[in-house]
Design a protein around this ligand. Structure first.
Ligand code: GDP
Ligand code: IMO
Ligand code: MG
Length: 426
């Protein structure tokens, strides 16, 4: 992706998350100087297989597995310090050197224990099927201007007042939701005092650091979390996460100009999955849904929940190409379809005799829409060893060609297995 003219690249999920962003970021990070997360928090689960080891990163950018790459957590992320430190310690125990190359924006908001409690005790969160990581409540506090930022840890007196406000609101929410549980200012402050020295040692003005790196010609990867259909504005609201997952969020979430972004790589699975509730127009039925789930090991990397599975939805990805301005696509998990007799692509939704090819904003309209499928013969041979497009069976290439044509973005990468080397494209 990187060349003389393309120095800043966003990697964004173009479905409902878990598209394989971690794998693509790891592959691309080989040629990057910086990898920066711009939104979301520990709700993300980005899997990277390196040799026989499998890393699942929730809070730290997936570039961390390449020595020498600088990694940062941008201001748009809601940062869970407990997860961050657990993750750092696990990486260090695994021989990954994190020291001196991980930065945290001092403007990032903190996910505090009471955010997680409010999330897990909320009927609304259960209805959406959130990850329970406190994401919604932390972003609510941010927008309502009662959040606690990393920078606040520098000022103990102000911190106490901020926490008191946050705790008061959290307790009101717990009471409102009929929960007997309550949180406490003293306990929360104890947690914060415990983590402050370690967190402040990582704190920096990430926007400025990335800006300076860009000016000196650095290759910068902006790593999205979740997926475009989980975006707070463009997703299947209210069945979404609480952040701007799409490319626009990358600029505000790192603190750089939208014009600084040179390319946007959308990551999609060769089929569709979703974890949590909300519409999934191409969702399969038994027994195929279980078969695809087992073939693709479709269980959430953060919560372990079984993922819902469906055929590739061309309407969804076409929409994601538009709202992100995707310049390229990476199609992952093609190998998962290797044994199927036939595979389908959804080309439009039919309702009252009309075929819709634009994703609707009104979810109730989706209820009456019936996906229209184009069927393709299965290729029935393993693709895991393919390293060039020419190595793929003709039937698999026909399938990919149709996706490219339908969604109006070029496929630059095809991933055919979990390993780093199982990738086509450069
Ligand atoms: P992310 O959240 O977008 O980073 O994706 P996840 O890590 O949650 O889920 C993707 C899963 O698919 C992980 O278990 C990856 O190891 C796996 N994966 C990624 N690319 C491929 C591929 O091309 N083939 C197969 N079989 N698995 C893949
Ligand atoms: P990565 O980065 C898939 C889903 C949850 C739920 C909704 C809201 O690994 O692709 P939240 O906890 O964010 O308030 O939950 O969003 N969700 C994800 N689904 N991949 C993710 O992240 C997700 N992060 C959140 O299941 O439906
Ligand atoms: Mg994931």
């Amino acid at each position: 992706m990187f060349d003389a003219a393309t120095r800043t690249v966003v990697v964004v999920g173009a479905q409902w998350g878990d598209e394989g962003k971690g794998k693509l970021v790891d592959v691309l990070a080989e040629r990057a100087n910086w990898v920066v997360r711009y939104q979301g928090g520990a709700n993300a689960g980005h899997t990277v297989d390196v040799g026989s080891r499998c890393f699942v990163l929730h809070q730290i950018p997936s570039g961390i597995l390449h020595p020498g790459v600088r990694c940062a957590i941008g201001n748009g992320v809601v940062l869970d310090p407990e997860t961050l430190f657990t993750e750092i310690d696990l990486l260090v125990a695994d021989g990954v050197d994190v020291e001196g190359r991980l930065y945290v924006s001092d403007r990032a908001h903190l996910v505090l224990p009471y955010h997680k409690l409010v999330d897990s005790e909320s009927p609304a969160s259960k209805e959406i099927g959130t990850t329970g990581r406190g994401i919604g409540p932390a972003y609510e506090d941010k927008i309502a201007r009662r959040g606690v930022r990393v920078v606040d840890l520098r000022h103990p007196a102000q911190l106490e007042a901020l926490v008191a406000r946050g705790v008061e609101h959290a307790n009101a929410m717990l009471e409102h939701n009929g929960s007997p549980k309550r949180v406490d200012v003293g306990q929360t402050l104890d947690v914060l005092r415990g983590i402050a020295p370690r967190l402040l040692a990582l704190a920096d003005d990430v926007g400025l650091a990335v800006h300076r790196a860009m000016k000196s010609g650095a290759a910068v990867l902006l790593e999205g979390a979740q997926g475009s259909l989980l975006d707070i504005d463009h997703g299947t609201y209210p069945y979404v996460t609480s952040s701007s997952t799409t490319c626009g969020g990358a600029a505000t979430g790192v603190g750089l100009a939208p014009t600084a972004i040179d390319a946007a790589l959308g990551v999609v699975k060769a089929y569709t999955t979703r974890v949590g509730n909300g519409p999934l127009p191409t969702e399969l039925e038994e027994p195929l849904i279980s078969r695809l789930r087992e073939l693709g090991h479709e269980y959430g990397a953060t919560t372990g929940r079984p993922r819902r599975c469906g055929w590739f939805d061309g309407v969804v990805v076409r929409y994601a190409v538009r709202v992100n301005g995707l310049t390229d696509l990476a199609v992952t998990k093609l190998d998962v379809l290797d044994t199927l007799d036939r595979v389908a692509i959804c080309t439009g939704y039919e309702a009252a005799g009309d075929v819709h090819t634009e994703f609707p904003s009104d979810l109730t309209a989706l209820d009456d829409m019936v996906p229209q499928y184009e069927w393709f013969e299965g290729w029935k041979e393993p693709t895991g060893g393919a390293r060039r497009m020419d190595d793929l069976p003709p039937a698999a290439r026909r399938y990919l060609d149709r996706i490219e044509q339908l969604v109006e973005a070029p496929i630059r990468y095809v991933s055919v297995g979990t390993r780093r080397d199982q990738i086509i494209g450069s």
